[in-house]
Design a protein around this ligand. Structure first.
Ligand code: BGC
Length: 373
């Protein structure tokens, strides 16, 4: 009873706050409601994506409502229930964790189509579509950029380069793909003895105990604590040459901690990233962050709405710029309960040399673009 009234209040509030959002009578394809559930706001791309998804949906005559889950699955599940209460015909979900599955089951019961957006919804057989970036490739790009920048091809095992490892969240399948992609490139150099891991060394994400020790939960505060600990303990008597960081937000946390240690003054480790966040792009430009990986999530958001539109119109999906995961890539869509149809877009490595790529793609505001040129 309590829960129902909470949902009703949320529905009412949401309808008042979001005039573009109709509660019923919107069942014709054109005016139907597309519900958008994004996981969090502390990583900028989700905020941008929420806005782009809404705008692209409205451009095609749909109503759209966006909710942000504050990295809390119980909040996101309530938001999804609210969207279902508003009679959403389709949901686009960037999930917080696998515990979104019960809310997805409710959507299936209501015959609401679900598209997993940028994060696989794990442990569910209640949906059919996933649209994302090739996560293996993201990790490979991060790993390869370290190999190149450290000159590992010609490195001497008598003077191995040192590397610390960081990962995303144990609740996010992306974190596993990114890490495994990167380690597929780095492990051979570790085995050759030219690269030495300082701190925990999960050879792959399958070593969940060790992986848990380098996982940040995508939170910069956790990354700061881990890095601080590392510098005070395992890395106390050496100077790290490189750090594998899964995204930009974590990269900046790592760099910030290094800045507090005198031996890294003017001598920061080579740190990888992901997302092409403006603040990190500035650090790539100044040489303080080695690289970022650009996921054009504006393109992903548009592609997700094209997919949504085609599904709602009963057409066979055919999305410009995205390809269907086939062969070994099908594993990216394996929820543990079924393999969902997965559409992929390729990410691009961005270093000082090609910093113009995301800028030219129109990914930033005019003043940000100006600063990056
Ligand atoms: C996304 C990354 C993002 C991270 C933290 C991952 O699932 O793929 O782009 O940086 O979540 O929000």
């Amino acid at each position: 009873m309590k829960c129902c009234s909470a949902v009703l209040v949320a529905v009412a509030v949401s309808a008042i706050l979001l005039p573009g959002c109709k509660q019923s009578g919107s069942s014709t394809s054109g005016g139907a409601l597309i519900g958008i559930a994004m996981p969090e706001t502390h990583v900028t791309h989700w905020v941008k994506d929420g806005a782009t998804l809404k705008a692209e949906a409205e451009k095609r005559g749909y109503h759209a409502e966006v909710q942000f889950g504050d990295a809390d699955q119980s909040i996101q599940n309530r938001q999804i229930q609210t969207l279902l209460g508003l009679d959403a015909k389709l949901l686009i979900v960037g999930s917080v964790s696998a515990d979104v599955a019960p809310a997805i089951a409710e959507a299936a019961q209501k015959k609401t189509v679900v598209i997993a957006f940028d994060r696989l919804i794990q442990n569910s057989a209640d949906y059919d579509y996933f649209i994302t970036f090739n996560g293996d490739k993201i990790g490979v790009l991060q790993g390869q950029s370290l190999v190149d920048a450290l000159g590992l091809e010609n490195a001497d095992p008598k003077a191995p380069k040192s590397l610390a490892l960081f990962a995303g969240s144990i609740t996010d399948a992306n974190a596993f793909s990114f890490y495994d992609g990167a380690m597929s490139v780095l492990n051979p150099y570790i085995e050759k003895g030219v690269l030495k891991v300082i701190g925990p060394y999960p050879k792959t994400s399958a070593d969940r105990d060790a992986f848990g020790k380098i996982a940040t939960g995508w939170q910069s505060s956790t990354a700061k604590n881990l890095m601080d600990n590392l510098l005070k303990n395992e890395a106390k008597n050496i100077t790290l040459n490189a750090v594998l960081s899964p995204n930009d937000n974590i990269a900046r946390a790592i760099i910030d901690v290094c800045r507090t240690d005198a031996k890294y003054k003017g001598n920061l480790p080579l740190v990888t990233g992901l997302d092409g966040e403006f603040e990190s792009m500035m650090l790539v430009k100044s040489g303080e962050q080695l690289c970022t990986v650009f996921k054009n999530t504006t393109q992903l958001s548009e592609a997700a709405i094209v997919l949504a539109d085609q599904i709602l119109k009963g057409q066979t999906p055919d999305i410009p710029g995205a390809y269907l995961a086939e062969g070994p890539l099908e594993k990216l869509g394996d929820t543990g309960k079924k393999v969902v149809k997965t559409y992929l877009i390729d990410p691009v490595l961005v270093t000082k040399e090609n910093i113009n790529v995301p800028v030219d793609a129109g990914f930033y505001t005019a003043s940000e673009s100006e600063a990056l040129r």
